[in-house]
Design a protein around this ligand. Structure first.
Ligand code: TPP
Ligand code: MG
Length: 372
């Protein structure tokens, strides 16, 4: 009897999508999460030294969210973000140099230094920006999905894609978000709204800023959108739950809604005295830190459910290499050239979307919406 249930458990465990991933992939994820953590630590230092201006929001603690979800989709699937965006940019493949230079306002930044911390745009990596207006990216997520489906289904020029639109728990009561959800459901737009639910909107806890806060997925369900809750602090769990969900949204060309529960270790932004939470609360989350947890899993032998593919020394070396990569990015950003104001001030600001022959122009000029 015991044997049978152990066997059943073994079979179940083998069914997790992450079990099929090679060690190299998981080591890559560990590297990616540690890169984000180290990058954010250096960013805070540079900010405190007044080398970075404007608002700046640190992602430390939330790494498993970006790494687990972005690695569940393809590189050409569009991604659009809120302002806490450095981690996603790095997870998507932006170099530490391009990301840091952007924050320093330098021409070598991903957006030529015009965007800064909150606006990580990166065309080669299909990153359609961080956005500082809470909820502003949610209609853009619907638009990106509309464009992708239009290209695949109507123009026959693309492949089936799924767009990822990230937002915080503080953005779900914005009107624009509900308008976007409504259209996504009506038109069958392949966009997944990922609520990175870190429990706070600035200094206001979720139960104080949103109604029915323990049941966020009811927001998606009320628009007949398939919705899922994920423990977002364990990167393998994020992948195991999110990968099949994203595959289905892509296959069926339908939207999705995810309440991904996570936590930020640092204040809301670089100027936050954090009077709204206790040190014990923060420490409680740090005790189950996603990076430490993945490292232990990769170190543990197969008998303990691990991979046995990482030694203490390997981990030390990996952290040292990453520290060097990030140190180099700061040095690079410091010495990089400022943008040429004359040439750049008004470039890349507006384009006339209807100026050229485009699907948008055809659509706006009165052709019937083919997705309806
Ligand atoms: C439309 C709008 N209202 C208010 C703000 C001010 N504001 C900036 S961040 C923020 C909190 C958003 O919290 P959440 O969406 O949970 O994201 P998190 O910071 O936790 O990642 C607010 C209210 C804003 N930027 N835009
Ligand atoms: Mg939040």
């Amino acid at each position: 009897m015991m044997q049978a249930s152990a066997q059943a458990a073994g079979t179940r465990a083998k069914e997790r999508p992450s079990d099929a991933l090679p060690n190299e992939t998981l080591l890559g994820w560990l590297r990616s999460m540690q890169l984000i953590r180290e990058f954010e630590t250096r960013t805070m230092q540079a900010y405190q030294q007044a080398k970075i201006g404007g608002f700046c929001h640190i992602y430390s603690g939330q790494e498993a969210s970006a790494v687990g979800t972005i690695n569940s989709v393809e590189h050409t699937d569009p991604v659009v973000l809120a302002y806490r965006d450095h981690g996603h940019a790095l997870a998507r493949g932006m170099s530490a140099r391009a990301c840091m230079a952007e924050m320093f306002g330098k021409a070598a930044g991903c957006a030529k230094g015009k965007g800064g911390s909150m606006h990580m745009f990166d065309k080669p990596n299909w990153l359609f920006g961080g956005h500082g207006i809470v909820g502003a990216q949610t209609p853009l997520g619907a638009g990106l999905a509309f464009a992708a489906r239009y290209e695949w289904e109507v123009l026959g020029t693309g492949k089936k894609k799924v767009a990822l639109c990230y937002l915080g728990d503080g953005a779900i009561d914005q009107g624009a978000f509900h308008e976007a959800l409504n259209l996504a459901s009506l038109f069958g737009l392949p966009v997944i709204y990922i609520i990175e639910n870190n429990g706070y909107s600035m200094g206001t806890a979720i139960h104080r800023h949103t109604a029915n806060s323990k049941n966020l997925i009811s927001r998606g369900q009320s628009y007949a959108i398939k919705s899922l809750e994920i423990d977002g602090f364990d990167v393998l769990n994020v992948y195991d739950q999110f990968k099949p969900f994203a595959d289905e949204c892509r296959d069926l060309q339908r939207p999705g809604f995810v309440d991904l529960k996570t936590y930020r270790y640092m204040g809301h932004s670089m100027s936050d005295p954090q009077k709204y939470r206790t040190k014990d609360e923060v420490d409680g989350w740090k005790d189950k830190d996603s990076i430490a947890a993945l490292a232990s899993r990769l170190m543990a032998g197969e008998r303990e459910g691990g991979r046995g593919c990482l030694s203490e020394d390997d981990w030390k070396t990996m952290r040292a290499e990453i520290a060097e990569e990030v140190r180099d990015s700061v040095e690079f950003a410091e010495h990089a050239a400022d943008p040429d104001v004359e040439a750049e001030l008004y470039s890349d600001v507006y384009i006339h979307p209807l100026a050229q022959s485009s699907p948008t122009r055809d659509f706006v000029q009165g052709k019937k919406n083919p997705l309806l």
